[in-house]
Design a protein around this ligand. Sequence first.
Ligand SMILES: [Zn+2]
Length: 273
Amino acid sequence: MFTAVVFGAFGLIVGSFLNVLIIRWGTRSLAGRSACMSCGRTIPWHDLVPVLSWILLGGKCRLCGSPISLQYILVEAGTGLLFFIIGLAPLPLYAHLFALPIAAILLAIAVYDLKHTLIPDAWVYVFAAFSLVVSLTAASSDMLYGVLTILLAGPVVAAPLFAFWFFSKGAWMGFGDVKLALGMGWLLGAGDGMFALFFAFMLGALVSVPLLFFSSPVWVRIQRAITPNRSSQRFMFGFTMKSEIPFGPFLVAATLIVWISSMHGFAPIDLIV
Ligand SMILES: [Zn+2]
């Protein structure tokens, strides 16, 4: 429990770094003090305390009163929570120390993809490399067989997404998702990896179908029928049929659920098989 609390507190700090990484990646240097996105003034250090500052400031800049993105508190709290749950898992210390960066990079990938429908190459390669190293470190006693099984798991899990990407010419699936699935396979193994893939599709459908429905012409017609006097019909949430819903966040959510469950000795795959 003590480890988990320390990990959780560490996660809050890492989360605040992840926010900087997500916001500045590819646009600005990672060094340098944080400034308000609205007024551009440097934020005092006491307003940069993870989670707490956002709450105390009521989600507004102390200097200009502009709203501060919910992303800050969600990523900080999310990283803290992930690290805490990982800290509770009965693992040797080295496994914990590998698990934390993997969880952090996965969270960053999900949030970046959500914002930009793009997964930075460098991040997904770091995730894949870490996953491969972790799996190889824990390889079974039957060396050659174990290593081959692990090496193959990445391509096996990536293959279905590669097919989607290839045959839709990138319309259904980005190549970033294919690379993400490679790391999923190496982290989870072929069985759990395929299950996570399936789980991600379920989550994706659960979220996308209502979003697409509420933005579809059918819904607009229903809305008009219900409120005929309203002059302009706005599409809900700004989603349209052409909106690109990123798949990365669903892959990440499914991976985290399957991975952290198995860390705690619980296999979600057992629920259906
Ligand atoms: Zn400001």
